[in-house]
Design a protein around this ligand. Structure first.
Ligand code: SF4
Length: 183
């Protein structure tokens, strides 16, 4: 199985999720967010096709990582390959973060997307909205985006945000009447 990547694996990141992480930069994104920080990753024919087994072997050989982060691009557009990577990452003790321009809710109705969700620990969802950009946020670019505990959200059948990443000022600005559980 192949996956199209925008760049080689990037170990030792401390800005793409909690802890020390290896980032997998997927190629291809349909969202075209204004102000996107990474427009070279949009082209679905760009980047490089890489064997998923190569990525898994690399993940096994890279030391001292807490997890992997699927970013891009939009990893959900290559769900099948990402699912295989996530399963193998979990087997070797790595947790999984994933960034997507889709919303959590929109992924639930697609069986392949749902299968991928079930192998993701933390999902950062939603398009990047330039007007809501802030440097005051943890691990996300704009206030509309959410840092979601996927397993709890699936269990509770409602979005469960990761409380420790909520900036109170931004939270009160964006959600007047929150309908979320917090952990
Ligand atoms: S989802 Fe991410 S990669 Fe895609 S256009 Fe938006 S900011 Fe850029």
């Amino acid at each position: 199985m192949k996956i199209r990547l925008a760049a080689d694996l990037q170990p030792d990141s401390i800005v793409d999720g909690e802890g020390v992480r290896t980032v997998i930069w997927t190629q291809g994104c349909p969202h075209n967010c204004k102000g996107c920080h990474n427009p070279s990753t949009h082209d679905f024919n760009g980047g490089t096709l890489v064997d998923v087994d190569y990525i898994i072997d690399e993940l096994k050989s890279i030391k001292n990582q807490d997890g992997i982060t699927l970013s891009g691009g939009d990893p959900v557009c290559q769900s099948e390959a990402c699912l295989k990577i996530c399963k193998e990452a979990h087997k070797i003790g790595l947790n999984v973060w994933c960034y997507t321009g889709f919303t959590y809710e929109s992924l639930l109705s697609n069986p392949m997307h749902l299968a991928l969700l079930k192998e993701i620990d933390i999902l950062v969802d939603g398009k990047f909205i330039l007007e809501e950009k802030s440097y005051d946020l943890y691990f996300k670019g704009s206030k509309n985006q959410r840092i979601i505990d996927v397993k709890k959200s699936l269990e509770e059948e409602k979005v469960v945000l990761v409380n420790k990443y909520i900036n109170k000022k931004d939270y009160s600005n964006h959600y007047e009447k929150p309908n979320y559980l917090f952990i």
